[in-house]
Write a protein that binds this ligand. Structure first.
Ligand code: ATP
Ligand code: MG
Length: 359
């Protein structure tokens, strides 16, 4: 692949905060950005040169958008695969491609893919109807999490099942959709690996953050994780194996449960920049957004070396109405420009540089 030069146009499918931050990094490197999303006044479109506001299945709009771009990427993994195929049919490079997207959109396919390349996940069963749940629950050990196969995020589309009596209620809570039942994992902590692979096959990852969730939503990401370096290395190796197996180009995040003996169970991956990597621009030589732009444009990857210990905290709902005067000198504020602070909505984040890296 030839390098895409500054001055060219990067297209992004999706209008959320990840697209907004990708646009910022692309602008810094001299690119123009075009956004395609169904929403009006989206966070990403307000940071871009041009927006196509249309449905992801509007072939005419997608074709016109693709024709205006030199490379297209995405910031949201639930884009219909058909939309990405339409972009590819226009002859415009698209990273990541439809395969990684299709695998990550279906929790059953995703786990099968991970297991198929030797990456362990939580024991799980595929669920087609409420009647499948009691036997599956027994096979996963008596307590589990029922998750819709498709369209879940921020803990939505999930219900805990603690006994066979709860099967019907859990099935209706997730909207009676095809699902997987996962064993409940008594993890010690959660980490994620943010990894980048370029079109030349160069692969680099960042130090894995420890991730703390509240009410199913990521609340904080902390580096260093405090885990043994051997556990971190194994997680990074697994993420690198995944991007190679997917023949992936761009940044990807792989989430893990870490058991008390250091065993790693992969939870899920996202074929995009990730909330748990939001500390990288402030704490590392190269941040995830810049790296994604480099990777999809065929540039050499930047150094992922971590320079600081850091903590990123999400500003959710009213936390987003932050008083700039309250910020400490070591804190960096990022706001997503969302017009209203609804409960549970990610409004921004603050990264605190704790100290220069010591290890
Ligand atoms: P996100 O968009 O935040 O990644 P999601 O909706 O895709 O979330 P998951 O990542 O599957 O959902 O789950 C969210 C969180 O719920 C996990 O990070 C973990 O804290 C908890 N969780 C999920 N599955 C399990 C499990 N099998 N056992 C224990 N806890 C779990
Ligand atoms: Mg998750």
């Amino acid at each position: 692949m030839t390098m895409i030069a500054p001055g060219r146009t990067i297209g992004i499918l999706g209008g959320g905060q990840l697209g907004r931050m990708l646009a910022g990094a692309a602008n810094q490197l001299g690119f123009d950005v075009h956004i395609f999303c169904p929403e009006a006044d989206s966070p990403a479109s307000r940071a871009a040169r041009k927006t196509w506001q249309a449905d992801y299945l509007d072939t005419a709009a997608l074709t016109e958008f693709a024709a205006s771009c030199d490379v297209v990427t995405l910031e949201f993994e639930n884009i219909p695969v058909l939309a990405t195929e339409t972009i590819q049919a226009c002859g415009v490079p698209l990273h990541p491609g439809p395969t990684a997207l299709a695998v990550s959109q279906d929790r059953a396919e995703e786990k099968a893919f991970l297991n198929g390349i030797g990456i362990a996940t939580a024991p799980h069963e595929v669920i087609h109807a409420a009647a499948d749940i009691p036997a599956a629950l027994e096979r996963v050990g008596g307590t589990g999490v029922l998750k819709t196969r498709r369209d879940g995020y921020d803990g939505k589309g999930q219900a805990w099942v603690r006994s066979p009596d709860e099967a019907e209620a859990a099935w209706s809570a997730i909207g009676e959709a095809p699902a997987v039942l996962e064993a409940a994992i008594g993890f010690e902590c959660e980490i994620s690996v943010i990894v980048a692979r370029s079109s030349t096959g160069e692969t680099l990852s960042w130090a894995p953050p420890r991730n703390v969730h509240e009410a199913g939503i990521l609340s904080r990401s902390i580096v260093p994780s405090g885990l043994d370096k051997s556990v971190e290395s194994e997680a990074r190796e697994k993420a690198m194996k995944l991007v190679r197996a997917l023949d992936y180009v761009g940044v990807l995040a792989l989430e893990f449960f870490v058991l008390s003996d250091g065993t790693l169970l992969a939870n899920e991956f996202a074929p995009r920049v990730h909330n748990s990597g939001h500390w990288t621009p402030e704490a590392c030589q190269t941040g995830q957004f810049e790296q994604h732009v480099r990777a999809i444009c065929g540039w050499p990857l930047g150094d992922t070396r971590r320079l600081h210990d850091a903590e990123m905290r999400n500003l959710i709902g009213d936390d987003g109405l932050v008083d700039p005067a309250s910020l400490k000198p070591d804190e960096t504020l990022t706001l997503y420009g969302k017009r209203d602070a609804r409960p549970g909505r990610k409004m921004g984040h603050i990264t605190r540089r704790i100290a220069p890296r010591k290890d």
